[in-house]
Design a binder for this molecule. Structure first.
Ligand code: DLL
Length: 467
């Protein structure tokens, strides 16, 4: 267990080194044992997963190997909807001590149930992520993920306590109060969505609390950001704005919440998947066939040790690639790339397939553009046009006084970006550069980047767009 923040080499230490740095052979033996137990648990509980296993001719976990996994049935969000709220429990309802969930696509809720054991597991997974970011006993963690049904707030909260850190349960919103808390408590770690990190960074800059000129100087060393897709370009912007190392954390309520995978401070180049508890595969989103390492596809998880609502081969809809190999941090756990999007948020603009993250990469690759942007799908005339609405960078949105170098006209910026988008994505996108603070900021919950403009009589979804 973790005893101090850094070891002698000043590297962040692991929370559970025996598991996180387990040799490959030992790990696959453990996974095999756990997979067999899971199959028996699902068969014994009955229900949709047991029926599918029976249809596939599986009557016991005893003889199964990890290679057999690819032939086992999958689950997805529809199963949670169809069996809402408690149809997929494998324990008596009375053993459930908490529920969480997300509002999800189309506003249909999904609920996930936790036993005491599940909560303990989840806390350990979040403690691993926080320790990987350099936190330890006594580290002050400003937690601005929303508290409630959403797993971000309470997941990180419990993980911080498990680690022995000092958690500040700021939750989302009320930004002025958050700025005050940060100035007074000087936390080392910030946890929130990447879009709220930008919002907080802007507010701290307004209060004169970022950069070397700030009255108190920077206190943050690292941020643990997730719950929504964000690019390397966004990472660079956040690091500049807040003067910290921006690390990615991934998870979903169905699997456990945050803490399924997270980046380490040392390498910060991919998220270590806690595969001793969550077996990961990448599948071709259309055929469901297993894809080799390095090929992006649909992340699919099997929960090996959950009690209340274990899931076999849960297809997440999230697109990423896996990478094995050693990491300078010493963890042996497989890494996943950043999530580039969800299979259902791909936009098809005049026949061209494009993920919002690909557009973000081009927009934020331009230093004169601020990290607040929106993609407006203009459907007013029956057509489908895309308008990328962005703001010019200011001292407040860049964190530096150079604020994007030489002043260029808005027309010049739009033209440059339209050209780059056409070159990189083969897509004609109109780029509208609007005044600072025009694009709506996300104070609570996940960023909404894609907005639809359907009615020519209604106001544009972002003020200032030409009617
Ligand atoms: O977002 C859990 C979480 C909380 C993760 C805090 C990280 C930090 P849900 O609300 O169920 O759970 O949403 C899960 O969010 O399937 C992804 O599409 C997306 N997502 C989560 N983390 C990332 C990330 C939480 N790091 C859904 N990068 C997932 C990209 C992410 N997308």
């Amino acid at each position: 267990m973790l005893a101090m923040r850094f070891d002698n080499d000043s590297l962040p230490v692991m929370f559970e080194p025996d598991a996180e740095a387990m040799p490959a052979e030992q790990l696959s033996a453990l996974q095999t044992r756990r997979l067999r137990a899971l199959i028996d648990q699902l068969l014994a509980a009955g229900g949709v997963q047991a029926d599918r296993l029976a249809d596939a001719g599986v009557t016991s976990g005893a003889e199964l190997s990890l290679d057999d996994l690819a032939g086992l049935p999958t689950t997805d969000k529809r199963d949670l909807w169809d069996n809402y709220p408690f149809g997929m429990l494998t324990v008596p309802r009375e053993r459930v001590v908490a529920v969480h969930g997300s509002s999800g696509t189309g506003g249909r809720p999904t609920l996930v149930a936790y036993t005491k054991g599940d909560l303990a597991l989840w806390s350990r997974m979040c403690a691993r992520a926080l320790a990987a970011a350099g936190a330890g006993p006594g580290t002050i963690i400003h937690n601005a993920y929303g508290y409630g049904l959403f797993t971000g707030g309470l997941g990180i909260h419990q993980g911080a306590i498990e680690l022995g850190a000092t958690v500040v349960p700021a939750s989302g919103g009320m930004t002025a109060r958050q700025v005050r808390l940060i100035a007074d408590l000087r936390p080392q770690i910030l946890t929130c969505t990447p879009s709220y990190a930008i919002r907080l960074g802007e507010a701290l800059a307004e209060a004169g609390l970022t950069g070397e000129n700030g009255p108190s100087g920077p206190s943050f060393t690292a941020g643990v950001f997730g719950a929504e897709p964000w690019t390397q370009e966004m990472r660079a912007r956040i690091e500049e704005l807040l003067g910290l190392r921006a690390l990615d954390i991934y998870g979903l309520s169905e699997v456990i919440g945050p803490g399924v995978a997270s980046e380490c401070f040392v390498a910060a180049d991919g998220l270590h998947v806690n595969e001793d508890h969550f077996l990961v595969e990448v599948l071709d989103p259309s055929t469901g066939q297993r894809l080799p390492d390095g090929t992006p596809g649909e992340l699919t998880f099997t929960t090996l040790t959950k009690e209340a609502m274990p899931l076999l081969r849960y297809r997440t809809g999230d697109i990423a690639a896996l990478r094995t190999g050693s990491c300078p941090c010493g963890r042996t756990l497989v890494k996943m790339s950043k999530v580039t999007g969800r299979k259902d948020d791909m936009l098809v603009i005049r026949g061209v397939n494009v993920y919002p993250s690909e557009i973000e990469r081009v927009l934020l690759g331009e230093p004169a553009i601020a990290p607040d942007y929106a993609l407006v799908i203009d459907e007013r005339n029956g057509g489908l046009d895309l308008i990328a609405v962005c703001e010019r960078v200011t001292e407040r949105t860049s964190g530096s006084s150079s604020a994007g170098g030489a002043i260029r006209s808005e027309d010049d910026l739009s033209e440059t970006l339209e050209h780059r988008l056409r070159e990189t994505l083969g897509l004609r996108v109109e780029v509208a550069v609007v005044p600072p603070s025009t694009v709506p900021r996300t104070e609570v919950g996940k960023a909404v980047r894609v907005l639809r403009w359907t009615d020519s009589h209604s106001d544009p979804p972002v003020p200032g767009l030409p009617a």
